[in-house]
Design a binder for this molecule. Structure first.
Ligand SMILES: C[C@H](O)[C@H](O)[C@H]1CNC2=NC(N)=NC(=O)C2=N1
Length: 93
C-alpha cells in the first residue's frame, strides 16, 4: 500500500516540482506545445514513463495543450509516486 503524504510532506515535495500546483488530493500542470503532434508526442513519452513507474496520470488533451493531474488512487491522495512521476516528466521535457 502506498502511503498518503501529510500536508507538511506535500508542501515540502512541491518545492521539488516547480510548475505543478496542488489541488486537493492531486497536483496539476498544463503543458503547451507548438501543435497537436508535439503534444501527442509528449503524451507518448509520458505514457512510457507511467508504465515504467506503474503510476498513471489523469489527463486530457485539446490540440496543443495537455492538462496533467497526478494523484495516487491506491492511497486516496498524494504519495511519493506522484512527485516522482512529476519529476520524471519534467526531466524528459
Ligand atoms: C495494479 C496497478 O499496479 C495499480 O492499479 C496502479 C496502476 N497505476 C496507478 N496510477 C495511479 N495514479 N494511482 C494508482 O494507485 C495506481 N495504481
Amino acid at each position: 500500500m502506498t502511503a498518503k503524504l501529510s500536508d507538511a510532506e506535500i508542501e515540502t515535495a512541491l518545492a521539488g516540482v516547480p510548475g505543478w500546483t496542488r489541488n486537493g488530493d492531486g497536483i496539476d500542470r498544463q503543458y503547451k506545445f507548438g501543435d497537436f503532434t508535439h503534444a501527442f508526442a509528449f503524451m507518448t513519452r509520458v505514457a512510457l514513463l507511467a508504465e515504467k513507474a506503474d503510476h498513471h496520470p489523469e489527463w486530457s488533451n485539446v490540440w496543443n495543450k495537455v492538462d496533467v493531474r497526478l494523484t495516487t488512487h491506491d492511497a486516496g491522495g498524494l504519495s511519493k509516486k506522484d512527485f516522482s512521476l512529476a519529476r520524471a516528466i519534467d526531466a524528459d521535457e
